[in-house]
Design a protein around this ligand. Structure first.
Ligand code: MF3
Ligand code: CO
Length: 247
């Protein structure tokens, strides 16, 4: 069931979105060689709670932290730990926050120091694939238009689209209908209408799209150990058209 949001509900989601955005801006200043992912998680927890918001991920299905920090071949859901970030790594940080009963959810991939040209390109293409997708986020289009645009751009640049994980509706719950795949066919799927709020989140791999889950029960890695990047925003279709709530 799709929960379309009223103007006043979208207004409340703007607040959650801003907190998520500002947490990611803080993360951007902190991601560098030598920092541990646990230190990043602490800083995110402190910031989100200082805003009187709740970290959406903490205790979600037993998840033990406020952010996901996924390094290099880790696709998503990396659990913060004492591991130190190293020069040349790319680090995807995923953040969720809830305030006034509504969630925001977004992710960025950051470079630690200088990274390889392949990783640079992967980060850029992943971010761009999101923007290709939201060009299609307008009334009358269908969900498949977004999915196909993301896929087309990522694959045209020589990368692959993760199939096993998808974006989602978002609102009073972090995960609502519909599922938002980053692959698909134009003209197919749900018709887009005012009040629809989605977390659109391309997960793009340098090599195969196949992924596996680590023994920790959370961390998703690429099957071939090639790097992966993630870029996500919470977006709303309002009476004034597309609005990115976490940017
Ligand atoms: N941002 C992730 C998503 O969109 C949520 C992380 S899963 C959690 O699905 F368990 F860590 F919360
Ligand atoms: Co999400």
């Amino acid at each position: 069931m799709i929960n379309l949001k009223s103007n006043s509900e979208i207004e409340r989601m703007r607040e959650a979105g801003k907190i998520v955005r500002d947490t990611l801006l803080l993360m951007e200043t902190l991601v560098k060689p030598g920092v541990t992912t646990k230190e990043l998680d602490r800083a995110a927890y402190k910031y989100i709670t200082s805003c009187k918001a709740t970290p959406s991920f903490l205790n979600y299905n037993g998840y033990p932290a406020s952010i996901c920090a996924s390094i290099d071949e880790e696709v998503v859901h990396g659990i913060p730990s004492g591991r130190r970030i190293e020069e040349g790594q790319i680090v995807s940080i995923d953040v969720g926050a809830c305030i006034g009963g509504f969630h925001g959810d977004a992710a960025r991939t950051f470079a630690a120091g200088r990274v390889s040209p392949l990783k640079e390109k992967l980060m850029k293409v992943t971010e761009q694939s999101f923007f290709k997708g939201i060009e299609q986020f307008k009334e009358g289009n269908r969900l498949g238009d977004i999915s196909a645009a993301v896929q087309q751009y990522a694959e045209a640049n020589g990368f692959s689209v993760v199939r096993a994980l998808v974006g989602h509706g978002i609102g009073r719950k972090m995960h609502e209908d519909p599922a938002v795949p980053n692959y698909g066919m134009p003209g197919r799927g749900l018709r887009l209408e005012k009040g629809l709020v989605l977390a659109i989140e391309p997960m793009i791999n340098a090599g195969t799209y196949e992924v596996a889950q680590l023994e920790d029960g959370w961390t998703i890695v690429t099957e071939d150990d090639m790097p992966s990047a993630h870029y996500e925003n919470t977006v709303a279709l309002t009476e004034n058209g597309l609005e990115i709530l976490t940017l």
